[in-house]
Structures are given as C-alpha cells and as structure tokens.
Design a protein around this ligand. Structure first.
Ligand code: MTE
Ligand code: MO
Length: 197
C-alpha cells in the first residue's frame, strides 16, 4: 500500500510547487562530494544522545523495523523539485519510539558516512513523512541517492535529508549541520523560501 504524502503542501501553501522552484522530470543527484563506500557487513546505524536507550542496528535489523511506502515530493534548495518519488522506510516517530526520546531532547542532528550532518528541531522530525528510506520506486535505494539508507524531509528543502545516514543524535540544544554552518537556513521551509539563514 502506497500512502500519498504529496498533499502535504496544503499545510504550508496553496501551490504544490513551492515558489522559485521548477519541476524536473528526472531525479537529479546532488552531493557535496563523492558517494562514500560502505560494506553491508560493517554498516551500522546508531541512535544516541538524549534518549532512554541508545541503540544500534545492522542492515537486516533496520529493515526488520515496521516500514511504510509513501509517495512524496522532493525540493532541492538550488531550485529543482521532483514530484512523486516513492520511498519505503521507517518513519522518524517509529525510530524515536524504539529509542525512547528523553523529555529534555529538543533538537536532532543527523550524521552520514560522507561526514555530512544536518539539524532540525525535534518537533519538525516527529512527522510520519520524515522517513529513513531504503527503497526508491520499488528498488533498493541507489547509492548515489544515499543507499543503503537516507532521510527524506518533504516538508523541508532536501538538504535536511541526509543521504548515507548512519546515525541520529538527539540534542538538548541546537547544533548546526554542514550546510546550516555555511549559510543555509536552519528551518528550510520551501513554501516560505527559507533558503538562507
Ligand atoms: N550525506 C549527504 N546527504 C545529503 C547531501 C550530501 O551532500 N551528503 N546533499 C543534500 C542535498 S543539498 C540534496 S538536494 C539532497 C540530494 O539528494 P539526491 O542526490 O538524492 O537528489 O541530498 C541532501 N543530503
Ligand atoms: Mo540541495
């Protein structure tokens, strides 16, 4: 069953295509550097910080978590948007419940294999559309798009969705991620054109 999350824009604006964006037919790849290498045997995903139970998953354990498939739109801050991407993965609230978020947690920092990080307030992550995705359009997530695991954030510019994500840190105060330290917006709402911070 594919859930349709493409109506999410109604919470933020009248138009599905956010202002200043153009729709592309393909799904471009955009990375700060190259695609990092990893091996299935040693890959692990860690949850730590302001949680009750710090936990660690290998690939099989992660894929055994309850999953959902959603049709979502994808908005890059550089101006392109791709509609109707079908992602399969674990929702952020599901993962947060596994670890048990502590009362003093306020922010989240995502970590990735290429050294990338990105931050969001916890409240902006606790939405079913925020997915740890390992499949795209029915296939394993291609490595250039972040395989084996990436985050997608359809309510935000796509730099909030870490490709090759290998860890989530729950924080008690805000901490800037890779692009956020370089002048991009911490809040990144596409319908408000929050491109720069
Ligand atoms: N680890 C990592 N995640 C990342 C990036 C990156 O360079 N490294 N780039 C971000 C940006 S700016 C965008 S637009 C999307 C691009 O995802 P795509 O290559 O699947 O289109 O990934 C985001 N997540
Ligand atoms: Mo981007």
């Amino acid at each position: 069953m594919v859930q349709d999350a493409t109506e999410l824009y109604r919470e933020f604006g009248d138009e599905r295509l956010p202002p200043g964006q153009r729709e592309t037919d393909d799904f471009p790849v955009l990375s700060k550097g190259g695609t990092p290498s990893w091996t299935p045997e040693t890959w692990s995903f860690d949850v730590w910080g302001a949680v009750e139970d710090e936990c660690s998953y290998d690939l099989d354990e992660f894929r055994a978590l309850p999953a959902t498939t959603q049709r979502q739109d994808f908005h890059c801050v550089t101006g392109w948007s791709t509609f109707d991407c079908e992602f399969t993965g674990v929702t952020f609230p599901t993962l947060a419940a596994e670890a048990g978020v502590r009362d003093d947690a306020t922010h989240v920092l995502f970590h990735a294999l290429d050294g990338y990080t990105t931050d969001l307030p916890l409240s902006e992550c606790l939405r079913d559309e925020v997915l740890f995705a390992y499949r795209l359009d029915g296939d394993p997530l291609p490595e250039p798009h972040g395989g084996p695991l990436r985050v997608v954030t359809p309510h935000k510019y796509a730099y909030k969705g870490a490709k090759w994500v290998d860890g989530v840190e729950f924080l008690t105060e805000t901490e800037r991620g890779y692009w956020e330290r370089r002048g991009y917006s911490a809040s990144a709402n596409p319908w408000e054109e929050e491109r720069y911070g």
